[in-house]
Design a protein around this ligand. Structure first.
Ligand code: ARG
Length: 581
């Protein structure tokens, strides 16, 4: 409720700015506090006093102006001015309790659903030439969580796994695959089970043998001109690589399926048309034999024009070319209202350039919102991009294995007598959730330091803390199985009941913020606060030992709604819950 009132006050200040009552650049530090004496309402602010200087009026007059301009809210029963100019808010507990009661009986927790949109989400999108590594973790899990939340709100979500499955490095890989298979079929399959090693070995061959390199280059040409044999070889390679990816997705609990794969190669047939259309619009220039587009607003630090390269001098197309074709497809075939791109922030300039160009060239509908929902780097303890001890890329599978091993230790230390099968299953959930949650709970645009110790701690905003908090709330019902709640009603009397109720009522707002900006950490912060709010409630308000039957039932409902909200929130983050741990 504090943040609800703060947001009402923020809106009021905005309207003051429009009316010229306060300067447009005024930054208010809005403070809303719980009152000590409830005869003064539930919440109070000193905002009027803070505005005396800029608004040049006495505080009580400003307080009155604030009240007159305050947006209506069903949660506010009454507003009063007190003393020198404090504003006191009385929360309407009945409205709040009714809202919670409705949420309890609703699949979408009483959230008001927005107008349905078609939203394309580009995420994960690894390059198939290599094995998935930690660099793909963020895109995969942040994207998947936002996808879940958008679907929860009723949107039509189209997942696009824009895999890198095209390009010159495939010639080298196919040539090596061919060579290995001719020499020793079994060895070939074995090497293909570890794409990292396979790639490195192919590169060695490419660098050491001119004959091999020539064969690789010829294979690319044949592949691109649709040669059947090459295409079959390429298909086989991609199949193996995609199989690796989907093993990781499954393990991570990521909702991508093979049907969502729509990689660079899918746009191959349209690339020539992209070039022709840019040409017809007069947008193409020549630069050292390559076809490029210069856009006024993109320049180097030195002020030199910065082109988007569309076609190389040798006729090859680029990353940007297939992105232009993909945007056209997303706009005109998939009819997207929004297209989100969960891609590393280091590609920010690329997306700014191609988004702008797609609009200028009329490749996308005016109404399509193109959004690069970028993210920072996952770093090691030294603050540099996460690497193995020997400096290599960390394979995602290895990282998940280590998380699992550590989770087994953690769960065992808490439950030395637990049977092995249960323990392993709990540890599996704890391990995966910890890796996912640690990532999701950071603002995606910042870099973060990957730390097993932190993510597997029971303290703070972590998966173990939340999973455990959930088992505690859910546990209350195990002890109350026989109580009939069909006639029960939520009544908010105790302060802590109101606080918890207020938090529970914010689920919808949080979901809106999460989906509008593609920010899962907002949901993480919420479930964490909700869990803490529940702890304080549980400490202050006995549930099963409540004074009256009505009170007990009401508190059980509050616990039930907390469990439901936590479970839903976590599931939208792609985190499984446990009944015990
Ligand atoms: N495959 C690219 C990479 O690994 C990411 C592709 C992102 N999506 C896109 N439409 N460009 O860097």
């Amino acid at each position: 409720m504090k943040s609800h009132i703060a947001s009402l006050l923020e809106q009021t200040i905005e309207s003051f700015k429009q009316q010229g009552l306060v300067p447009a650049d005024f930054q208010a530090r809005i403070q809303v506090e719980r009152t000590k004496d409830k005869t003064h309402g539930d919440l109070a602010t000193n905002l009027a006093m803070m505005l005396t200087k800029v608004a040049k009026k006495n505080p009580r007059d400003i307080a009155q102006l604030i009240i007159d301009n305050l947006p209506a809210s069903s949660h506010v029963a009454k507003v009063e001015i007190a003393g020198p100019g404090f504003i006191n808010f009385f929360i309407d507990e009945n409205a709040l309790a009714n809202q919670l009661q409705d949420a309890l009986n609703d699949d979408t927790l009483g959230v008001t659903l927005p107008t349905k949109q078609t939203i394309v989400v580009d995420y994960s999108s690894p390059n198939l030439a290599k094995e998935m590594h930690v660099g793909h973790l963020r895109s995969t899990i942040i994207g998947d969580s936002v996808v879940r939340a958008l679907e929860f709100l009723g949107h039509d979500v189209i997942r696009q796994n824009h895999v890198g499955d095209w390009g010159t490095q495939f010639g080298m890989l196919l040539a090596y695959m061919e060579e290995l298979r001719a020499a020793n079929g079994e060895q070939a399959e074995l090497e293909l089970s570890d794409l990292e090693t396979f790639y490195r070995a192919a590169k060695v061959r490419f660098d050491e043998s001119e004959e091999f390199a020539t064969r690789a280059r010829n294979l690319v040409v044949s592949l691109q001109s649709g040669d059947e044999y090459c295409n079959k070889l390429w298909q086989e390679f991609n199949d193996i690589s995609l199989h690796h990816c989907h093993e990781v997705y499954e393990r991570l609990g990521v909702s991508l399926t093979r049907a969502d794969v729509h990689g660079e190669s899918a746009y191959n047939a349209d690339l020539e048309q992209v070039v022709n259309d840019l040409d017809a619009k007069g947008l193409l220039s020549e630069s050292n034999g390559a076809k490029v587009v210069f856009q006024e607003e993109f320049r180097t630090k030195e002020g030199e024009p910065l082109p988007v390269i569309i076609q190389k001098a040798d006729g090859g197309y680029l990353y940007a070319t297939s992105d232009l074709a993909a945007m056209r497809y997303r706009s005109n075939v998939l009819k997207a209202d929004r297209a989100l791109y969960f891609v590393d922030l280091r590609q920010a300039l690329h997306f700014q350039q191609v988004f702008k160009l797609a609009k200028t060239a009329g490749f996308v509908r005016e109404g399509l919102s193109l959004e690069h929902t970028g993210f920072g780097t996952m770093n090691g303890p030294d603050g540099r991009p996460f690497k193995t001890r020997s400096g290599g890329v960390v394979k995602l599978v290895d990282l998940l294995d280590e998380a699992n091993t550590r989770a087994i230790e953690l769960v065992r230390s808490k439950n030395p007598d637990m049977d092995e099968a249960t323990l392993l299953e709990i540890a599996r959930v704890v391990g995966i959730s910890s890796v996912k949650y640690a990532d999701l709970s950071k603002n995606r645009s910042s870099d973060y330091i990957f730390s097993f110790e932190q993510m597997l701690s029971f303290e703070g905003n972590t998966a173990p803390y939340l999973l455990y908090a959930y088992t505690r709330v859910a546990g209350i019902f195990k002890r109350a199985e026989n109580i009939d709640l069909s006639q029960a009603k939520i009544v908010l009397e105790h302060d802590k009941e109101k606080e918890l109720g207020t938090k529970l009522a914010q689920f919808g707002e949080v979901l809106t913020r999460m989906t509008e900006k593609g920010l899962p950490h907002v949901m993480c912060a919420y479930v964490y606060e909700l869990a803490s709010e529940f702890s304080s409630f549980y400490e202050a308000c006995p549930v099963l030992a409540a004074e009256t039957e009505e009170q007990k039932q009401s508190r059980l409902l509050l616990s039930q709604l907390t469990a439901k909200t936590l479970k839903t929130g976590l599931s939208l983050l792609g985190i499984e819950t446990l009944e015990r741990m």
